[in-house]
Ligand binder design. Structure first.
Ligand SMILES: N[C@@H](CCC(=O)N[C@@H](CS)C(=O)NCC(=O)O)C(=O)O
Length: 227
């Protein structure tokens, strides 16, 4: 399988799921400006929306939308996985509820915050995100969203919260969320994924991770993620 991605983007979430589940996937970087994939493919012919991620199966089928790709990957685990409870259970719906919350209440406004077209409403987006994170921190069971199991929703949340420094949101105001970032960032398989995307740890004991070029642009220093 091939995962079309970009370092530190939301595609890191299905990438983490692959690592956690031991699923072999080929990572293919997409240039967001040209929509050209590093294997030479025109990415728009794979995902007409142009955004990452997209999963291309060995038989050529294409699956898009990160939260769905993550569920598809978890469902393909032969002996089941605690990353996604069984279909038809309340616990699965709970994980899906979080996936939907992250997609619509966090990921989308965050992406809008990064988009200059929405510069006029940055303040409002920021205020909305703070409100949603406040809610999240009071509902997270800990150490992960639904308790002891690291689920596909946790992988997605980790990736979105990892953008906090660029959103000028200080996660330290929510100890639950800071602790979550630290805990997830220390998971061996997550480390593997971060390393594969060549992300550097920076600030706050390596709670956040970014490509070197982002760090240079933001005048921050990073240290390589330890193997
Ligand atoms: N609804 C999509 C959104 C994906 C998305 O926002 N991808 C961003 C990176 S986090 C992207 O590739 N943006 C570039 C673009 O929109 O051209 C999903 O959840 O998969």
């Amino acid at each position: 399988m091939k995962l079309y991605m970009r370092a530190a983007a939301c595609s890191l979430s299905p990438h983490i799921v692959c690592r956690e589940l031991g699923i072999d996937v080929e990572l293919i970087i997409v240039d967001p400006a040209t929509h050209r994939a590093e294997n030479g493919n025109d990415y728009l012919s794979i995902n007409g929306n142009g955004y990452v991620p997209a999963l291309v199966l060995d038989d050529g089928k294409v699956l898009t939308e990160g939260p769905v790709i993550a569920q598809f990957l978890a469902d393909s685990a032969v002996e089941g996985t605690s990353m996604l409870p069984a279909a038809g259970t309340f616990e699965r719906s709970q994980v899906q509820s979080y996936l939907n919350f992250i997609a619509s209440e966090l990921h989308k406004p965050m992406v809008m915050f990064f988009d200059a077209a929405y510069a006029g409403v940055h303040e409002q987006i920021h205020a909305l995100l703070v409100k949603r994170l406040e809610w999240l921190s009071s509902h997270m069971k800990g150490p992960y969203l639904t308790g002891e199991n690291f689920t596909v929703a946790d992988a997605y949340l980790f990736v979105c919260l990892n953008w906090s420094p660029w959103l000028t949101i200080d996660l330290r105001q929510w100890p639950m969320l800071s602790a979550f970032m630290k805990q997830v960032g220390e998971r061996p398989r997550v480390r593997e994924a971060l390393r594969a995307e060549q992300l550097l740890a920076f600030e706050q004991d390596g709670v956040f991770f970014a490509p070197e070029v982002y760090l240079a642009a933001a005048n921050r220093t990073g240290t390589p993620v330890l193997p």
